[in-house]
Design a protein around this ligand. Structure first.
Ligand code: GLP
Length: 245
C-alpha cells in the first residue's frame, strides 16, 4: 500500500493523472476504470492538460463505476453528463470505447449482466476511486456483505444526504443506482483512491488503518497488492504516518 499526501488538490490531481499516463503508456490497449464526484475533478483537469500536451487517448477504453437509476443520460446530475463535462467532451476517446452503466433502461438485471460482460472483456489496468463519507466505493454501500458483481443498490440515507448538494432538493436525489461490484474493482491491476478534506479524515483512517469490514467497503482495498491512496492534508489528518505499512 502506498500513501501520498499532497498540500493541495491540484498537486494530487496531477499526481493521479501521471499515474494514469503511466498505465496508458504501459499497455497496448489500456483500460481505465473511472469514477465521478467532486474529488476526481482535479484528476480529470490534469489528465485533459496532459492530453493538451500530447498524450494520446484515442486507443484507450474507459469503464465507469456507477450511475444513478432513473436519471436519463442527458440529466445534468447523471454520471453520463458528469463524464462528458469533465473528460469526454475534451479528449479524443472514441464513443465506442466508453462504457457507463445505463440507469435509465427498464431491464436493470440485463444491464448489470451486460456490464459484467464488458468488464470481463476489458480487464481494468488502473481503477480510479473516490470514497463516500460512509466508506463506499463506487456505490458499494456499507452492508453485511459486499456484492461481487455489477448490481442495483439502494442508496443509504447518508449517501443521499451527501449527494443532495448537487441537486436543488434532497427529494430529487435518486434513491437507487447501478454499481460495479467489488470483484471488478479488486481485479484492477492498480487502484488509485483519492480523498480530500477533513470530512473524509475519519473514514480514510478507518479504511486504511482499520480492520477489513463490509461496513467500511473501502477497507477491502487493503487486500489489493497495488493500491495508492492519494490524499490531501485534511483527509490524511487522522492517519498516523508512524504506523505506515
Ligand atoms: C458518489 C460516487 C462515488 C464517489 C463519492 C464521493 O457517491 N458514487 O464513486 O466516490 O460520490 O464523492 P465526492 O468526491 O463528491 O465526495
Amino acid at each position: 500500500m502506498v500513501i501520498r499526501i499532497f498540500d493541495n488538490q491540484d498537486e494530487a490531481g496531477l499526481y493521479a493523472a501521471s499515474l494514469a499516463e503511466r498505465a496508458i503508456m504501459g499497455a497496448a490497449h489500456p483500460v481505465l476504470g473511472l469514477a465521478t464526484g467532486s474529488t476526481v475533478i482535479p484528476f480529470y483537469r490534469e489528465l485533459v492538460r496532459l492530453v493538451q500536451c500530447g498524450l494520446d487517448l484515442s486507443h484507450i477504453t474507459t469503464i465507469n463505476l456507477d450511475e444513478y437509476i432513473g436519471l436519463p443520460p442527458h440529466h445534468e446530475q447523471s454520471y453520463h453528463a458528469f463524464m462528458k463535462r469533465h473528460l469526454f467532451s475534451r479528449v479524443n476517446i472514441p464513443e465506442s470505447q466508453v462504457f457507463i452503466p445505463d440507469g435509465s433502461v427498464p431491464d436493470l438485471a440485463a444491464e448489470c449482466g451486460r456490464y459484467d460482460e464488458i468488464i470481463r472483456e476489458y480487464p481494468i489496468d488502473l481503477q480510479i476511486l473516490g470514497i463516500g463519507v460512509n466508506g463506499h466505493i463506487g456505490f458499494n454501500e456499507p452492508d453485511d456483505l459486499l456484492v461481487s458483481r455489477t448490481h442495483v443498490v439502494e442508496l443509504s440515507e447518508e449517501t443521499i444526504r451527501s449527494n443532495s448538494r448537487f441537486f436543488a432538493d434532497v427529494s430529487e436525489v435518486p434513491t437507487r443506482a447501478i454499481t460495479m461490484g467489488v470483484q471488478a474493482i479488486l481485479q484492477a491491476r492498480q487502484i488509485v483512491l483519492m480523498a480530500f478534506g477533513e470530512e473524509k479524515a475519519h473514514i480514510v483512517a478507518k479504511a486504511i488503518r482499520g480492520e477489513v469490514r463490509t461496513d467500511i467497503p473501502a477497507s477491502i482495498l487493503q487486500l489489493h497488492r497495488d493500491v495508492i491512496f492519494v490524499l490531501d492534508k485534511g483527509s490524511a489528518k487522522e492517519l498516523s504516518l508512524a504506523k505506515d505499512a
